[in-house]
Design a protein around this ligand. Structure first.
Ligand SMILES: *Cc1c(COP(=O)(O)O)cnc(C)c1O
Length: 433
C-alpha cells in the first residue's frame, strides 16, 4: 500500500459520508487557543473542538501524559482492574461533584447519557408503581441535546434530531424547558426521572432558571424520581464552576442523582463518564443507588481505557490545580461586559457562563440583508463563516446564537485579540444593506 499516505481534498466527499455540514477549513495543528490550517493560516480557535479542549491544543502536560501512557499500555479491557479508572473516579467524586458517589466510564457523551437512561429504567423496575409494574417515563425538554445514539436521540426533544428515524425509543415525555407548571403536569405514576442540561448548549446557551431547578428538586423528592443532569457540555468547569448546575444555584441545595460528562474531560481524547450518588434506594433500604448497575448490567470495550484515563487525569489535574473554573468565570464576565458596552445592535442578548458564552443575534435584521438572504444560510452559520474568514472560530448554536467556547486557560490578551475580530466583523455585517 504505497498510496496509504496520499491525499486529495476531493476524497472527503468521495469516501466520507455527507452527514456533516462542514466549514471549508482543514485543521492541521494547534497550540493553546490557536489553530493553523493546511495552508498555514492562523485562527483563534474559540470552537475548541466544541468545548472538548478546555486547555487549548497540544497542552504539554496532556500530550506528555498521553504519549507516556501510549508507550506503556493503551488498552487492557474491563476484564481487569483499572488504576486509571480508580484515580479518575476519585477526582470526579471528591474534587468535582464533592458528593459521595461512583462513576462509570464511556467513550462519549451520548454513551454516558445511555448509561443514565439505563439507570432510570433499572430504578423504575426496582422501585415500581403501586401495582408492581415498572415506572419508565423520563421527562426531557424542548431545546435539549443529548446525543445521537438511539436512546440519547430519543431523549432529545427536537424533531430535527430524530425525525426520519422512527420509531424512536418509547418512554420519553417532552416538556417545555423552564416551564414549571408544564413540568408538574407532565409527572405521572409512570414517571421515573427528569433529565436535562443545566445549561443547554447546542440550542443556544440557555440556562435552567433557579426556579426550574428547585421545582425539579421538589418533584423528585415528592414522587421518588431521579434527577439526571447532562453536563456533557456544561460540566467540569466550563461554566465557571466545576458543576454546571452550581453556577445557577450554588452549593448543595440541588441534589442530582446522576450526572454525565464527556467533551472537556479528555482534552479531545474520547472519554465520557457518569456519576451516581451514593444514597439508599429508599428509607430503610440497604441497597445503594450507585450500586444498582451491578455486574453484567452495563459495559463497554474501550470506555475508561488506560490511555483515556491518562488524558482525563492530566486534563482535570490542570483544571483543578490552576483553578481554571474560577479564572474563567471572571474572564467570561469581562468578555460579556465588553461586548455589551459596544451596544452593537446585531447582538440582542449575551448569556455568559465562564467560557461558555452565547451571543444571540438579531436574526431578522441579518436575514433582511441582501447578501445574507442571497446566501441561503441561516443567520448563525453566516456569522460563524464570516468570523472564520477573519480568523476567529466560533460555533453556531441554533439559528440565531453563536457560541464562544474558548479554552479555560485563555489569557486576557488572547480574549482581547478575539474581541477585536468579533467587533470588526459585527460592524461590517451591520453595515451591509
Ligand atoms: C455533545 C453533547 C452530547 C453528545 O456527546 P457525544 O460525545 O457527541 O456523544 C450530549 N449532551 C450534550 C449536552 C452535548 O453537548
Amino acid at each position: 500500500m504505497d498510496r496509504i499516505n496520499d491525499f486529495e481534498p476531493a476524497w472527503l466527499d468521495q469516501y466520507v459520508m455527507p452527514n456533516y455540514g462542514r466549514f471549508p477549513l482543514w485543521p492541521e495543528r494547534g497550540e493553546g487557543p490557536y489553530l493553523w490550517d493546511s495552508e498555514g493560516k492562523k485562527y483563534l480557535d474559540f470552537a475548541s473542538g466544541v468545548a472538548s479542549c478546555p486547555l487549548g491544543h497540544a497542552h504539554p502536560e496532556v500530550a506528555g501524559a498521553i504519549a507516556a501512557q501510549a508507550h506503556k499500555l493503551m488498552q487492557a479491557s474491563n476484564w481487569y482492574c483499572s488504576k486509571g479508572q480508580a484515580q479518575l473516579a476519585r477526582v470526579l467524586v471528591e474534587e468535582i461533584v464533592k458528593v459521595p458517589g461512583k462513576c462509570f466510564f464511556s467513550n462519549s457523551g451520548a454513551e454516558a447519557n445511555e448509561g443514565m437512561i439505563k439507570l432510570a429504567r433499572k430504578y423504575g423496575v426496582t422501585r415500581p408503581q403501586a401495582d408492581g409494574s415498572p415506572r419508565y417515563e423520563i421527562i426531557t425538554f424542548t431545546g435539549s441535546f443529548h446525543g445521537r445514539t438511539f436512546g440519547a436521540m430519543s431523549a432529545t426533544a427536537q424533531e430535527k434530531i430524530h425525525g426520519g428515524f422512527g420509531p424512536i425509543v418509547p418512554g420519553f415525555v417532552y416538556a417545555p424547558f423552564n416551564d414549571v407548571e408544564a413540568l408538574k403536569k407532565a409527572v405521572t405514576e409512570k414517571t421515573v426521572a427528569i433529565f436535562f442540561e443545566p445549561v443547554q448548549g447546542e440550542s443556544g446557551v440557555n440556562p435552567a432558571t433557579p426556579e426550574f431547578l428547585r421545582t425539579v428538586q421538589s418533584l423528585c423528592k415528592q414522587h421518588d424520581l431521579l434527577m439526571l443532569l447532562d453536563e456533557v457540555q456544561c460540566g467540569l468547569g466550563r461554566t465557571g464552576d466545576s458543576c454546571g448546575w452550581r453556577s445557577i444555584v450554588p452549593g448543595d441545595e440541588i441534589q442530582p442523582d446522576s450526572i454525565s460528562w464527556a467533551k472537556s474531560i479528555g482534552s479531545g481524547y474520547p472519554l465520557g463518564s457518569f456519576w451516581i450518588r451514593n444514597r439508599a434506594l429508599a428509607d430503610g433500604d440497604e441497597r445503594r443507588l450507585c450500586d444498582l448497575l451491578g455486574p453484567g448490567t452495563h459495559g463497554t470495550t474501550f470506555g475508561g481505557s488506560p490511555l483515556a484515563c491518562a488524558a482525563g487525569l492530566a486534563t482535570l489535574n490542570v483544571i483543578l490545580r490552576d483553578q481554571l473554573a474560577e479564572s474563567s468565570a471572571v474572564l467570561g464576565r469581562k468578555i460579556a461586559g465588553e461586548v455589551a458596552s459596544w451596544k452593537q445592535p446585531l447582538i440582542t442578548d449575551i448569556r455568559a457562563f465562564g467560557m461558555l458564552i452565547g451571543f444571540e443575534l438579531d436574526e431578522a435584521a441579518l436575514l433582511a440583508k441582501a447578501a445574507i438572504k442571497a446566501s441561503g444560510k441561516i443567520a448563525s452559520i453566516y456569522v460563524a463563516k464570516a468570523m472564520l474568514d477573519a480568523g476567529l472560530l466560533v460555533v453556531p448554536a441554533g439559528p440565531k446564537v453563536v457560541r464562544w467556547l474558548p479554552p479555560m486557560n485563555l489569557t486576557e490578551a488572547q480574549a482581547a485579540e478575539a474581541l477585536t475580530i468579533f467587533k470588526t466583523i459585527l460592524g461590517e455585517l451591520s453595515a451591509l444593506d
